[in-house]
Design a protein. Structure first.
Lengths: 325, 325
């Protein structure tokens, strides 16, 4: 049967974007008799919650992962808890690491990998190493009390290589550190083309510390807007320690911030040489004290252009994080 | 059994990044007797190809999707074709659309959605509408001859809303159009924070037409580096047609390019008002003829910050694409 409230909600979502609801969306407002709506705050198609007979519970979700995940978190989990469907809690905490490989991390925490409750399991994705600590308990509090001592011990063992937990990102951690110090940041980007600024601004409220920057993809922009010395650029090449440091200084001066990060590298697939292979990246940093420094990275060029660019941006955030600590 | 060639390859991949192979990686060099290596050009762990008895073929892949996909494409598919495991070809072509919703697109091509060979199926992701045309045939050529007339008819029906096929992206299509004209592009980004430049530079060789830009997240950068009029900024607000147009002009002037795109908007979750809701975005364009223009967009703010930022960057590319056509 068609639910008039759902129909009104779907039509309102189209109207709010200045669109008319196409007739085909009308079928999203149909529900089985006796079912209730599982609201979708991120899209038009709602889900349903339906108990057609005792001990049988059906929930449906739209196919878009982002919408499904939000609906599960916001409505399904509280529903299951409130209606007695939850008898045991499995709780996980993810510890996040940068600047260390998954296998090197796993060797350092080897003594924890054979625990049974909590379990500790290593993961890796996008250059990041992770450890998932998972505990079973009668309640959230019981599970948490099993996780916490292990988390504390691993953090002590791993030091600053562990940058955060769960929903933390390098961008959010750097943002918190800058906010605490009331300091500001600019960027100068060559091979990442804006990817570092994009990562920094994924964080809501980042305008408090991130002012912006200059995307200097062409060498003319490095010289004209970042005031990189054309003679140095010609002699050392765009991918060099000297140019990375001048780019950072140029962004700091042009924007008037406390800190500036720069990235210049060879993302590939073309442009590499025997002395400057694909994957070679210099990251520069200009500090509030007036220092300029740079670090040389060699990322795995065979993993492709996206990989080199992504790791460059994360590594720049990590370099600043370690200087802020 | 340990395969010495694999071990040498894994060690070389670590050495090329200035690292020593951890002992735990050694197990990646073990193969079942009689199996051959399925090479992994993107990572260290290889797969295997093993026919332990007739009519039984096993292939293994590492769990990283990027590595698995490259291995499937580069080695597994040719192997299956060469060894008589392929008896029928299923071929798909994806048509890509921007500026039209999935449901509106589906209504315009309704007459094609009931075909049986090829089939035509609508999809949507990240604001993009897509149509997958899939044909079965005895060979690639036979399947292709079924796809082509349907593809041609749909393209004629949909006009410029169809921006490309298969691996095309808005960034690659805009890049091809700029390259054909030997013209250059700069960007000025506020709410996207570098995301538009990042998209443009996903394309290898984009340095031929993309020179860079200015990330003007803070208003001071809009005034100082993009020469936005401080009086206009104060009167109209940063998210306005006038500021979008001045930002585009400022980027074009500062970098000396033929075209410039600008983005200024309210990504949320905070910062919205009744007259300027979260999701309101102005995209500006400065053209080689000296024109300045802007377009107002209202994206679905309830879908979140990432959604608004992503659609802003893609919409900017689409605006330029339509002006280049």
């Amino acid at each position: 049967m068609e639910d008039p409230d759902i129909l009104v909600d779907i039509e309102a979502k189209f109207t709010s974007r200045g669109r008319v609801m196409p007739p085909s969306n009308r079928k999203q407002a149909f529900l089985p008799k006796g079912a209730t709506v599982l609201p979708n705050n991120q899209g038009t198609a709602p889900g349903i919650i339906w108990e057609p007979r005792p001990n049988l519970l059906l929930m449906t979700f739209p196919g878009v992962p982002r919408e499904m995940e939000a609906m599960w978190r916001e409505t399904s989990v509280p529903y299951l808890q409130d209606h007695g469907w939850v008898h045991e809690t499995i709780l996980s905490r993810m510890l996040r690491f940068w600047g260390i490989s998954e296998s090197a991390m796993a060797e350092r925490v080897a003594e924890y990998l054979n625990l049974s409750n909590p379990t500790v399991a290593p993961y890796a994705s996008h250059g990041e190493a992770k450890l998932r600590i998972t505990a079973k308990g009668a309640s959230t509090a019981a599970a948490l009390s099993l996780i916490e001592p292990v988390e504390k011990a691993i953090k002590a063992l791993m030091g600053t290589d562990c940058y955060g937990v769960d929903g933390d990102s390098l961008a959010s951690v750097v943002g918190s550190l800058l906010s605490q110090r009331q300091q500001t940041l600019a960027v100068a980007e060559s091979c990442t083309g804006g990817g570092l600024g994009h990562l920094l601004t994924t964080i809501a409220g980042s305008s408090a510390y991130f002012w912006g920057g200059i995307i200097a993809y062409d060498n003319s922009v490095k010289v004209n807007l970042l005031k990189v010395d054309a003679v140095v650029l010609e002699r050392e090449g765009a991918v060099s320690a000297a140019v990375a440091e001048q780019m950072a200084q140029g962004a700091k001066d042009a924007l008037g911030t406390d800190w500036a990060l720069s990235i210049t590298g060879i993302a590939g697939p073309e442009g590499g040489s025997s002395t400057k292979p694909v994957g070679l990246v210099y990251i520069g940093l200009a500090t509030p004290a007036g220092e300029r420094l740079s670090v040389r990275y060699e990322f795995a060029g065979f993993r492709g252009r996206d990989w080199v660019r992504e790791l460059s941006a994360y590594s720049a955030l990590d370099l600043l994080r370690r200087h802020l600590l």
